[in-house]
Design a protein around this ligand. Structure first.
Ligand code: ATP
Length: 237
């Protein structure tokens, strides 16, 4: 079965527990959303999947039936998992073309760059620009394009809308929404932007202070304001 499976996973930073007993599955070609308030553990779950060495992990992670065991992050990437961090981290002194070239993996199809540029046309227009010349939205598009250069089976997107203007968020939603069909990739996406995720995801999970408290279809979540209020709203009640 082509799935990314996280089973009964717990993660801590030293003695500080970030989340416990979390299970989540992402099939190739589907989009799974992960919602939760600040500090709920969303970013840590993505870091756990790529085996960030900062974390101590307990539980199981497998990709297409291969257990990732104690593989270091670079080996996890070789098993088809690409991470798009929230701070984007492109090489600002390099051109977009150089950023993409560095991310090319030996196992990716030879025409992967063409496929990426065809499907994310904005990036094609930016190829000669240096990282520091890009807007936040352009950087986000390049970061996603870079992750696709390894032809991953699964893409982990961490808060892609952070700091972006509403119009750019709309364009980004359309671009991400097209990726599963274009690249047969499974997407796990964390967000604080509720409508962005419910508009994209096939299924949604909610994390609250390190516990998975709800999972279901986005329509069900949208129709239950009490759930949103209990697990996602912020500020005074
Ligand atoms: P946000 O939406 O604000 O990014 P999040 O849901 O992604 O929040 P995490 O960043 O995963 O939450 O944080 C989960 C918990 O782990 C929080 O209690 C946070 O303070 C803690 N944490 C995060 N990074 C570290 C770290 N490097 N060292 C120690 N604790 C950390």
């Amino acid at each position: 079965m082509n799935e990314l499976v996280v089973k009964s996973l717990s993660a801590s930073y030293g003695l500080a527990v970030a989340f416990t007993d979390v299970s989540i599955t992402v099939a190739k070609g589907e989009t799974v959303g992960l919602l939760g308030r600040n500090g709920a553990g969303k970013t840590t779950l993505l870091k756990a999947i790529i085996h960030d060495p900062e974390l101590t992990l307990r539980g199981e992670i497998s990709v297409n039936n291969v257990s990732l065991g104690k593989f270091p992050a670079y080996k996890v990437a070789r098993h088809g998992v690409a991470w798009v961090p929230d701070n984007r981290r492109i090489f600002t002194a390099l051109s977009v073309a150089e950023n993409l070239d560095l991310a090319r993996s030996k196992t990716a199809p030879k025409d992967q760059l063409d496929r990426v540029l065809t499907n994310i046309p904005l990036v094609e227009k930016l190829m000669k620009r240096r990282g520091y010349e890009l807007s936040g939205g352009e950087q986000q598009a390049v970061t996603i394009a870079r992750a696709l250069m390894s032809a991953p089976d699964y893409l982990l997107l961490d808060e892609p809308t952070e700091g972006l203007a509403p119009l750019i968020v709309e364009q980004l939603q359309a671009a991400i929404g097209a990726l599963p069909a274009q690249f047969d990739v499974g997407i796990l996406i964390t967000e604080q932007n509720f409508s962005f995720v419910t508009g994209l995801a096939d299924r949604v999970h909610i994390l609250e202070t390190g516990q998975m408290v709800w999972a279901g279809p986005p329509d069900e979540l949208v129709s239950k304001p009490q759930l949103i209020d209990r697990h996602l709203s912020v500020g005074e009640k």
